[in-house]
Design a binder for this molecule. Sequence first.
Ligand code: PAF
Length: 283
Amino acid sequence: MSTPLPIVRTTQALRQQIKAWRRDGDLIALVPTMGALHEGHLDLVRLALRQSKRVVVSIFVNPTQFAPTEDLSRYPRDEAGDAEKLARTGCSLIWAPTPDIMYPSGFATRIIPAGVADGLETDTRPQFFGGVATVCCKLFSQVTPDIAVFGEKDYQQLCVVQQMVRDLDLPLGIVAAPTTREADGLAMSSRNAYLSPDQRTAAPALFRIMTELASQLKAGGSIHDVTTAARQQLNAAGFAKIDYVEIRNAKTLAPPIAGTDVPLRLLVAAWLGTTRLIDNITL
Ligand code: PAF
């Protein structure tokens, strides 16, 4: 049995603990999450622990990043299970504010990211990155970490947070962690819990088709041809709706300019039934 972790719910108690760690000269890392933790989240915590003595994991299902039609009310929640898992990783504290602590009555300020936030996710989820950037900015000023760890699984989100930190001179480093995958290649995500057994069997096709696309591109295929083929293969594998299959400049997320040699990223969002899966790989 591991020792239960402190779960802190007020900014005052959080600040007191952070102050004590600072007095001891401890480096502090933050891993922001919405809970329903899986091995991918725990890998973020393990990475954070390699770089800092203290790791704060925030658990907050952030209402401002969900559209009214999205899954806020049914988003999986399991604070007791999360606390159990985190206690075993060596995490120091769980920061679990309630919505009225995060957004007290009268709250009226919002960060509006652009640049890397434009397109891709924003085409279908226009509210999403405003909500993410605003809550991350608040988490950074509540926890005042030296670093914050974000998974590459949400690659555009990672780019948005990096840009916000640069643009607003926020005093912390952003550390990117590689995507953790199931043995069959499916990227770990809390939303995988929504998949039916049949959909779960079909889901690894996403990563397989992405990897095939990468090989075809390397072998000289054109971006248009390889992405068109990938869309057809995704449809055939049961992904009835595809939001995007895009190859982008890995830094700016702009469409690549022919003839230039920049690192590229493949980003995909597609639906299995009512579950939207996103994934990305470097090319
Ligand atoms: O990736 C997530 O879980 C969320 O978008 C984040 C970064 C915790 C902000 O709510």
